[in-house]
Design a protein around this ligand. Structure first.
Ligand code: PMP
Length: 487
């Protein structure tokens, strides 16, 4: 198995690439903590952030008015996460194409957020637009409860990329995860789900658990848990095989649900041998291994599973594969699928609770077929990964030039800077590196000058239409933002 090169902190996700071993002393993520490093001038940061907020509010009167008129929306937004804004109201979308979004006030932004991966194929790629128009318009029939031939093509493509042999569809990655966990419980007859601390798998109740000095607990901010997740779940740190072995030893874990590299609390890469260890320990304990590749699909056409030759029992994917049209999918290994389907005691066809009326709909699958076969191709990945490599090297240079205690980590076409060096090795230490004020400042500085990063973190994703010039624009703006801060 080929796992990432932790010495450089970057890897291409190419299965054939051989990589030197990593060390804890020089962990994942290129990083710099220059000796000239000064403590951050918080007063200066606060003043700069206030200035950027003023500028944002002045530049975006139409977005502000649209927000003011949205009183019937809970929190003034169609989805509560959209209320996360560094300046009081979100930018409203007018239109989007490729690597660009245009807001209501007419500003065109280079989009490195890409819908937090949902638009990794770029906004409205032509083949997906054509397939959707044909399915919904010309042919008609988005939702019929009848299969289309597209479904088998998509399943074949996913099987080829990820190795998992039998696929089923959902409308979101969250649901794909929920259904994978149900099947895992049914299959093993065990109740608990094990996750990594500060991982994210969508609004899957079992996953909102974190480790802490006093043991596992519900993740701060978790809302409306049906029961305390310490009852349903077990939790360990990413990269901690001893902890995993200990938690699996209770014999009650149905499945380990994990990202092969954490992507929702910065990017945390696996140490060499870690993923092999996870596979060995889960097999030995009789727990299924579920690789959530919703975000790590940035590592290559088959995500980390394909790039690093992993062998999970179940793979889940979502958002990116539909080119922006809602879809999720889970793929089972051949033996697991055969055994599950042959179980007379499991009602998978009716009450079983692993489907949905809209799941597997014709429109989503037409979109996924076009996106996978014509847009997110190996050639597109090569382009995106090369750009992310340039991006990462550029951020590294800025970090070094200014002696910042930051790190930058890349996973294929995705890169993220984090306010810690060396790069954190698990979710808890990455979470501890959060600096909301600094993040808001950088986000607003960039937005006010035409660049969009992913809210909630400093993540940048490349799509097939992202250009080298786009990457350079981000780098020169980041440099300017940092110069203003450390001047
Ligand atoms: N899994 C992972 C790893 C994710 O990052 C996310 C969302 N960011 C999800 C699942 C859930 O995806 P969705 O919100 O599209 O259901």
């Amino acid at each position: 198995m080929t796992q990432p090169n932790r010495d450089s902190g970057t890897h291409t996700g190419d299965a054939q690439q051989t990589t030197p071993p990593a060390t804890h002393e020089n962990p994942g993520g290129s990083h710099s903590s220059g000796s000239s490093q000064q403590p951050l001038d918080r007063a200066r940061l606060t003043a700069l952030l206030a200035e950027e907020r003023r500028s944002y509010q002045q530049r975006n009167p139409r977005s502000r008015t649209a927000h003011e008129k949205a009183g019937h929306l809970l929190g003034g937004v169609p989805m509560t996460w959209m209320a996360k804004s560094a300046a009081g109201f979100p930018l409203y979308l007018e239109r989007a194409a490729g690597a660009r979004v245009t807001d209501l006030d007419g500003h065109e932004l280079i989009d490195f957020c890409l819908g937090d991966t949902g638009a990794m194929a770029g906004h409205s790629p032509a083949p997906t637009v054509a397939a959707v128009a044909r399915r919904y318009g010309e042919l008609g029939g988005a939702t019929t409860m009848m299969p289309t031939e597209d479904a088998a093509v998509v399943a074949g493509e996913l099987a080829h990329r990820f190795g998992a042999s039998r696929w089923s569809f959902a409308l979101s990655a969250t649901d794909a995860n929920r259904w994978a966990l149900r099947l895992a419980r049914a299959f093993t007859g065990r109740s608990r789900i094990l996750v990594n601390s500060y991982s994210y798998h969508g609004s899957v109740d079992e996953s909102f658990i974190v480790t802490g000095p006093d043991g596992p607990r519900s993740r701060p901010g978790n809302v409306g848990a049906p029961v305390d997740p310490t009852v349903t779940s077990r939790v360990v740190e990413f990269n901690d095989l001893d902890g995993l072995e200990r938690e699996l030893s209770y014999g009650d874990v149905a499945a380990v649900l994990m990202e092969p590299a954490l992507t929702n609390m910065g990017i945390v890469l696996p140490l060499p041998g870690y993923l092999d260890g996870v596979r060995e320990l889960t097999r030995a304990a009789g727990a299924l291994l579920v690789n959530d590749e919703t975000h790590t699909i940035s590592a290559g056409p088959g995500g980390c599973t394909g790039a690093w030759g992993l062998a999970p029992d179940i793979v889940t994917v979502g958002k990116a594969i539909g080119g922006g049209i809602p879809i999720g999918a889970y793929g089972l290994s051949e033996p697991l699928a055969e055994e599950l389907w042959a179980r007379p005691d499991l009602d998978l066809v009716d009450t079983g609770g692993v489907g949905g009326t809209l799941a597997g709909n014709a429109l989503s699958l037409a979109a996924a077929r076009a996106t996978l076969t014509e847009v997110l191709t190996p050639a597109a990945y090569a382009h995106m990964t090369a750009l992310a490599t340039t991006y990462t090297a550029g951020v590294e240079r800025i970090v070094q030039d200014h002696g910042l205690p930051w790190s930058v980590v890349r996973l294929g076409a995705r890169a993220e800077y984090r306010f810690a060096a060396p790069a954190p090795l698990n979710g808890t230490s990455s979470q501890a590196a959060t600096d909301a004020e600094l993040e808001d400042y950088l986000h607003l500085f960039l937005i006010n000058r035409g660049v969009l990063l992913t809210p909630f973190h400093n993540m940048a994703l490349m799509c097939p239409q992202t250009s080298a010039a786009d990457v350079e624009t981000h780098l020169s703006l980041l440099d300017a933002a940092v110069r203003a801060l450390v001047a």
